[in-house]
Design a protein around this ligand. Structure first.
Ligand SMILES: [Zn+2]
Length: 318
């Protein structure tokens, strides 16, 4: 009989990514559907389930579980999404909704997408075998998660490690959440664009001046070419990450900091050494030892989601 597989489902604001993933994190098949949240919650849960049914047709191997990662505030014990702004969801019984629609009785687990990424890194990625680490995900927004003593740190209301919205930047920018000085307004695609608007009038000779429709890729290219505004915006990513990472290191005593997310991976040549150097400098002034900064190694968000299954099944044995 073929080896057992798990289905990972990563629900994003624009797409739903699926993967058939084995016990060692190898991806056997993938699939992708548009999320289309504007069609309403029921339609999105229908589509999530259709994709799972499609994955079930791709392999004769026993499917031991389904792991789902979703943005937002999620209770992994009940499978309820309390709040997911970019899906316009509030109190959605996601696990129950999927189980009701599925043609087979398969266990389903759900967690926040950053938590799923952390689990993926612990089982299959840059934190294999590491019991205590942080992950920072730098994409359109800034997310985070912590594994402490081999377990996900969830928090009482399941918003632990929402590092993007801890307002630590002095005299900081107004955030989309209404706070002033959230690190997300520096260390994310959204933050980069806000920084661009703020600084552009002071950099009339930048290659980014007088350019229409600037993307984060344009900014990264400018930074690589030595453009001072491009470089400043990259430095601001590092400052945003550092401002929140140093206190979090003091709180959780991690052995490693994993940095992932689309923007961080695209900019790793610019970010990796700068984060390491500045974190080293910042921690040198504290009682805490230096902490290595490593790049995320889990290639797909669906693998992180699938790792929720393997983690649960492994822990059931004990
Ligand atoms: Zn905020």
């Amino acid at each position: 009989m073929s080896e057992p597989l798990a289905i990972g489902v990563d629900i994003g604001g624009t797409k739903i990514a699926y993967g058939l993933v084995d016990r060692i994190g190898q991806v056997h098949a993938t699939h992708r559907l548009p999320t289309l949240p504007e069609e309403g919650t029921e339609a999105v849960i229908d589509r999530i389930t259709q994709g799972i049914e499609h994955m079930l047709t791709l392999s004769d191997a026993p499917i031991v579980g389904i792991g789902m990662g979703s943005p937002g505030q999620i209770n992994p014990h009940t499978g309820v999404v309390y709040l997911a702004t970019n899906l316009a969801w509030r109190n959605v019984e996601l696990v129950q909704g999927v189980k009701q629609r599925l043609s087979r009785d398969i266990p389903v687990w759900l967690n926040n997408d950053a938590n799923a990424s952390a689990m993926g890194e612990m089982l299959f990625g840059a934190a294999r075998g590491c019991t205590d680490f942080l992950i920072l995900t730098v994409g359109t927004g800034l997310g985070g998660a912590a594994i402490s003593d081999g377990k996900l740190l969830l928090g009482g209301k399941f918003v632990a490690m929402e590092v993007g919205h801890i307002p630590v930047m002095p005299n900081g920018r107004l955030c989309v959440c209404g706070s002033l000085g959230c690190p997300e307004m520096y260390a994310s695609g959204t933050g980069m664009m806000a920084g661009l608007q703020e600084h552009l009038p002071h950099y009339p000779f930048s290659v980014l001046a007088n350019k229409e429709g600037i993307t984060t890729e344009d900014i990264l290219r400018a930074a690589r070419e030595g453009d001072p505004l491009g470089s400043l915006l990259v430095d601001e990513i590092v400052s945003g990450l550092l401002a929140v990472t140093v206190p979090v290191i003091g709180l959780f005593d991690p052995l490693r900091v994993v940095v992932g997310g689309g923007l961080a991976l695209a900019a790793w040549d610019l970010l990796g050494d700068r984060i390491t150097t500045r974190l080293h400098e910042a921690l040198a002034q504290t009682v805490f030892d230096d902490v290595p900064v490593v790049k995320s190694e889990v290639s797909s968000s669906a693998v992180g989601a699938a790792s929720l299954v393997w983690y649960e099944l492994d822990n059931e044995k004990f």
